[in-house]
Design a protein around this ligand. Sequence first.
Ligand code: MEV
Length: 310
Amino acid sequence: REIGVGTAHSKIILMGEHAVVYDYPAIALPFPAVKVKTTARHSNRDYIELDCQYFVGDISMAPSILLNIVKAIELTLETFELGQPSLSIKIISDIPQERGMGSSAAVSVSVVRAIADLFKVELSDYQLQFIVNQAEVIAHQSTSGIDTLMTSSAQPIIYRKSLAPHHFELNIPAYLIVADSGQAGQTRSAVQHVAELRKRKPLFVDNSMKTIGQFVHQAYQMIAQKNVIELGRLMTYNHYYLNQLGVSNTHIDKIVNAAWMAGALGAKLTGSGRGGCLIALAESKQKARKIARAMREAGAVQTWYLNLES
Ligand code: MEV
């Protein structure tokens, strides 16, 4: 039987979340430790059957991702003029939802790829980005597009909304610890919070965004120079600014503090915040283990490692 297969991975924002919505740069990395796979087959029913097996995290979040998936299917069928076929689509995802890992974008990327594969149509990067970003608007309302780009690409990027994404090689002698705070953080409400704060305190928010943009620019240079100590410091500065923008919380700050106390070169929230995931930088695997343990003791429910030396 014919079968279409599509995959995508999770993503981590190293620096620049939120500011990226306002056209400042952000650096993002692929995070292949958690992934999603979708299969699509023709079926003899007269509707599209959707079988979703994903790591839900918080069950109350499930409907928004479903709307996202339905939109992605609809737009794919429309783009390639495939009519209204009977399909059986099965999604299996181990990306935790609402954790700033790009789960909704990754699921849509894999669904679009699976349908394109089943019908053997050539899917350009532009078409993929366009469809998934439209679907993302359903879940997140306003989006910079960084999640879509990063969940469908294998190489780190430095990204600005108004410019073409620039892929680069990340090869520094360090480990990144990714920790799940265990709290759901809704991108939509965090992005909305910043937008509302900006209405009330435009100068403060604009200056913060500008400074975060400068940190990201410097971080990119530090990566090129393999200066992990300075990179860690910039990550920590970035966290302070995110905290001031009101997208951290006491639970996240406690875990960030634990990482610093355990010897992290830098630590911050990643993604939209107000829950979700955190990252910390360590100069060795041994240090990374110690930091990860401290982060779990402070309340993180799961930790992963990413070796940044390729
Ligand atoms: C979400 O992963 C990152 C945010 O900057 C939102 C976006 O860029 O769309 C918070």
